[in-house]
Design a protein around this ligand. Structure first.
Ligand code: SF4
Length: 316
């Protein structure tokens, strides 16, 4: 499949400062620390990892909501890593975000219709009549009655608010959607509806998703391929079926062992180390049940073990 977006050795560190007025840099949080992968046209890449592993920063950096420190982001052969402000409008049309908390991602003072229309106005898309038609069309597309256009976000349920968030993201006809935990704030019964909606829209509109979640069931349901992130790095990446059937990295094995129906649960010892001062060698070594001498000394590389099944571990 043709890659839509290619990420190479991407890094994003957040400075740690001390003091209020003349604050000094006291180190950095290595939120994204040398990440490479691609997403094909029409593909959903699920990105999973514990809270604080850097997955949201990675999504925001790809969208250029945060400035990368190094590495590259290439979209359909265009290098957008250091895109200038004047070209940002173009990039915002190609790539959009669906946020975790639908309530806070919508302006409470704007009607639902105005919220969706705002994206069209920013991108000079059509006159008022055309925009109104487009807003109605988008509401129908995401499963909402156009009558809700005059309502305010607080008058809607969480599921309806997230549908509005999706309609806003779709308004400018993007090709790539970064969905950051889009169902985790919703009731379980509504989660399935939103996941189905996203899956249907992908097929209908030929979208590609970077789908960020901590819930493995959600990732398993929606993804074509899955990337596992630990302390700022992708430690395993494979086709969904392959990854759930034959996980290779000890961290992935532990994560998957917690799924219902699995016999031998692997309980990891210790806390996730700080991304300010990650462990030497393999970052997972202090918690890894299969570590050996080399693990503490030498950092493993992400290697293609078999037909697109990548793993970062000295065991392979
Ligand atoms: Fe465990 Fe060593 Fe593999 Fe790291 S490199 S995951 S410590 S076995």
């Amino acid at each position: 499949m043709t890659p839509l977006v290619e990420i190479k050795d991407l890094k994003k560190y957040h400075p740690l400062r001390q003091g209020y007025i003349f604050s000094k840099r006291r180190g950095e949080v290595r939120a994204v620390d040398g990440v490479s992968f691609s997403i094909s046209e029409g593909e959903t890449l699920g990105l999973v990892g514990e809270s604080g592993c850097g997955k949201s920063t990675l999504g925001r950096t790809i969208l250029r909501l945060e400035e990368p420190d190094s590495g590259s982001i290439v979209f359909r052969s265009e290098d957008i890593t250091h895109i200038k402000a004047k070209d940002m409008k173009w990039w915002r049309k190609e790539a959009q975000m669906v946020f975790q908390d639908p309530k806070n991602s919508l302006d409470p003072r704007m009607t639902v219709g105005n919220s969706i229309e705002e994206a069209l106005i920013i991108h000079d898309m059509g006159d008022q009549k055309k925009r109104e038609r487009r807003v109605k069309e988008l509401m129908i597309k995401v499963g909402l009655e156009p009558d809700l256009m005059a309502r305010y976000p607080h008058e809607l349920s969480g599921g309806q608010q997230q549908r509005i968030g999706i309609a806003r993201a779709l308004a400018v006809n993007p090709k790539l959607i970064v969905a950051d935990e889009p169902v985790s704030a919703l009731d379980v019964s509504v989660q399935a509806q939103i996941l189905n909606l996203l899956a249907d829209l992908k097929k209908e509109l030929g979208l590609s998703y970077l789908f960020i979640a901590h819930n493995l069931w959600v990732i398993r349901y929606i993804s074509d391929r899955v990337a596992i992130m630990y302390l700022g790095k992708i430690v395993e990446l494979a086709d969904k079926k392959e990854l759930f059937r034959s996980p290779l990295h000890p961290y992935t094995e532990a994560l998957l062992s917690a799924l219902p129906g699995k016999k031998d649960r692997i309980i990891l010892k210790g806390e996730v180390p700080s991304p300010v001062d990650p462990p030497s060698g393999c970052r997972f070594h202090p918690r890894c049940p299969r570590r050996f001498d080399r693990c503490e000394r030498e950092e493993p590389e992400l290697k293609d073990i078999c037909k697109g099944h990548f793993v970062m571990c000295h065991l392979y």
